[in-house]
Design a protein. Sequence first.
Length: 256
Amino acid sequence: MEINNVTFAYIKEKSQINNISAKVEKGKITTIIGPNGSGKSTFINIMSRNLNPLDGNILLDGKEIQTYSAREFARKLAVVHQQNEAPQDMTVEKLIAFGRVPHKRMFQSQRVEDEEAIDWAITCTNLQSKRKMTLNQLSGGERQRVWIAMSLAQKTPSLFLDEPTTYLDMYHQMEILELIKRLNKEHGMTIVMVLHDLNQAIRYSDHLIVLKDGQKMMEGEPAEIINSKSVRDIYGVKADVKNDEESGLYIVPIGI
Ligand code: ADP
Ligand code: MG
């Protein structure tokens, strides 16, 4: 995906995304980081066509994203939003089945390939024992896995996720990140995500895009761009940068 000089504003006076160009490489994990309100969600919403840029364009497989039909686009790219809502009495497998909508004609009943995609999504996210349960019977981590499963049932080469680990405890955060890594490594999915936690971003990403005040501040491999100075510039925090064999590069905030 190629993002060319994209600008966006919710209201006329002030733009939330300011002339951003970037590249998302196929088969890689790209993570957008930056302080609260820097435009991460807005940017991922523009890339996934939920918001239209005011200026500039985005190419996916060489074609401007706005020129795809909704159905074509939904077969290429699936999104897990930060906040998701569904009727709480809906079952897990029913919700996941919605991921098949872009592959079906109106009123078409479930075919073998739909069932296979749903089963695959359920297995990937380890929800076999929950498939007949309703959403209100699930924990936060399980619910997040259901939303990811719905996107997986869409069977797209690209998966976009906005803060998929927020509100989860440490174990369930890792569970989601390891799942994302597996989808990338074993199934070659292109991943674009927003992460709040810089150490998780460093650890799980091939490429980082750093936003601040709606501008792209820097971009590159984590080890190339993360150091005490850049952490200070991005977050305004004093931090030590450590590196050891087992955990790799990580930062320890020490003050403001
Ligand atoms: P992030 O995800 O990095 O926290 P957002 O993309 O949500 O940032 O927000 C970027 C800026 O756009 C913020 O200043 C926010 O207040 C503003 N903003 C976000 N959504 C809307 C909206 N629907 N209408 C007006 N302004 C918005
Ligand atoms: Mg956000």
